[in-house]
Write a protein that binds this ligand. Structure first.
Ligand SMILES: *Cc1c(COP(=O)(O)O)cnc(C)c1O
Length: 486
């Protein structure tokens, strides 16, 4: 296949994706609006694409850039000289490693437990699942959506010696609020338990927000008892995807994160991360972009994003039928409706107007909501966003709340996904509007009816249905079918 043809195909394939730039995609992507930073990031990514972080002595460039980034973050997070860190592939990997490291630091514990607020990122559930650490989720404050230190302390006492880790968010993804890190840290340090602060999305915002005079309660290494922090560079550091940081307060706390194996005839494998061979591209790109933008540059970007968030908040407060779920502590805004319409219809309507907002399903006593991540490039577009939102809400109110068929609702709540076979899933996917019943699936034009149905399904069924959907979606084309290049 000629290069030209392949490049054209690559361009065409991208046309069906959400735009990564322009500020109209309010989840998944982060746009600084700085063309030079994007260009430099791509150049560095390509320059280092073939390097291998497997062995830092073979590629000392990668080690130098990694420790440089860790030092940059350490200083912003008020860490002492003893702070160490690792560059990982993303927030999930940072969190997996924090949990694995905490578990393996306590080999004496037979049935390890982590205590987290219910609002902690799902990556902790993944870590619990992968590493056999029981995840005990404690309800958050019903109004502020912040973790409740007293309730978490009670859980710490209930599980006693089995607790290997406590974690909280700065801020939480779903509601954008910073948990009371100081009060939780007082409880963990009194008991000698590790305390991880998940600043995956806030790590590159909060330090500068504080300097800009925003009200930011201490959440970082200033707080005694915080033992590790995760912070994603591929979010608000605006670097290409594939880079996060996991920082530990001391080298001793990091030790159990390493994996070594000399128990085979090949090289001694020695890894600080889950990946072994790993491209140096994302790390080099992150190093380049962080140094190009620099401390002062991030101050400007954070100011822009926070001003945009404030404008967005004011605009939402001025609209009928939608309201904030809680006051945001940084750059994430969550809204819900007054019951006269459905958030799922609003998100569909926004998409037809060129805006992506992320639906969040109802959870316990929290109704379904919409998540908006405001990056610097979104700030200028907030007035346009609010116009589109007003129109979308009006359409959604006209349509009224989506009514899920009673029979379907009853069926959904009585089904046990563990008892369903492939055929049953095909039938259910067809009922949900996600397939034809024959094992073929397609994402429908309008997601609202599907989302509304999934929303009434118990979480376990929702997980199982969406897994079945993804499984069918991600099967290779039949032998003899047209290939992508045709
Ligand atoms: C994004 C995010 C994560 C997970 O990070 P990935 O890079 O998507 O793996 C974890 N915690 C919080 C608070 C996040 O915002």
């Amino acid at each position: 296949m000629p290069t030209e043809h392949i490049l054209r195909r690559l361009e065409q394939l991208r046309e069906h994706d959400l735009p990564t730039h322009g500020g109209r995609t309010l989840a998944y992507v982060y746009d600084s609006g700085l063309a030079d930073a994007d260009e430099l990031g791509k150049q560095a990514l390509a320059m280092y694409a073939s390097t291998n972080g497997l062995d830092p002595t073979a590629f000392p460039s990668l080690l130098a850039m990694e420790t440089d980034l860790v030092a940059f973050a350490r200083d912003r997070f008020h860490g002492a000289e003893q702070v160490v860190g690792t560059v990982t592939s993303g927030g999930t990997e940072s969190i997996l490693l924090a949990v694995q490291g905490a578990r393996d630091a306590r080999p004496d514990v037979v049935a390890p437990v982590m205590i987290v607020p219910t609002t902690i990122h799902a990556a902790f559930a993944k870590a619990a699942h992968y590493f056999g650490v029981e995840r005990v989720a404690v309800d958050v404050d019903a109004v502020t959506k912040r973790a409740e230190p007293a309730a978490m302390a009670t859980a710490m006492d209930t599980f006693g010696d089995r607790v290997v880790l406590v974690a909280a968010s700065a801020p939480s993804y779903a509601h954008g609020v910073v948990d009371p890190i100081g009060a939780i840290a007082a409880e963990t340090s009194a008991r000698g338990i590790r305390f991880h602060v998940d600043a995956c999305i806030g790590g590159w915002v909060l330090p500068w927000a504080e300097r800009l005079g925003h009200d930011v309660e201490p959440w970082d290494f200033r707080v005694e008892g915080v033992t590790s922090i995760s912070a994603d560079l591929h979010k608000y550091a605006y670097t290409p995807k594939g880079v996060s940081l996991l920082l530990h307060a001391t080298a001793a706390l990091r030790r159990s994160q390493y994996f070594a194996s000399a128990d085979w005839p090949g090289y001694t494998m020695l890894n600080a991360t889950m990946q072994s061979t790993k491209s140096g591209g994302p790390l080099a790109a992150a190093w380049a972009v962080v140094n190009l933008i620099g401390d002062e540059g991030y101050l400007d970007l954070v100011r822009t994003a926070l001003d945009g968030t404030a404008a967005l908040v004011a605009g939402i407060e001025a609209q009928d039928h939608v309201r904030l779920v809680t006051r945001p502590d940084s750059t994430l805004v969550t809204l819900q409706t007054d019951g006269s319409c459905d958030v799922f219809t609003i998100s569909d309507e926004m998409l037809t107007r060129g805006w992506f907002v992320q639906p969040q399903m109802s959870f316990r006593d929290m109704p379904a909501s919409l998540h908006l991540t405001v990056s610097a490039a979104t700030a200028d577009a907030v007035p346009d966003f609010l116009v589109a939102l007003g129109e979308s809400v009006a359409v959604a109110v006209g349509a009224g709340p989506i009514v899920v068929d009673e029979g379907l609702r009853a069926a959904a709540s009585s089904l046990d996904p563990a008892t369903l076979d492939d055929e049953a899933f095909d039938g259910l996917l067809a009922l949900a509007g996600l397939g034809s019943g024959t094992g073929q699936v397609t994402a429908p034009e309008r997601m609202a009816p599907v989302n509304a149905l999934l929303d009434v399904a118990p979480p376990a069924l929702r997980e199982a249905l969406l897994t079945a959907f993804l499984d069918r979606l991600s099967r290779p084309p039949r032998p003899g079918a047209d290939t992508l290049t045709e």
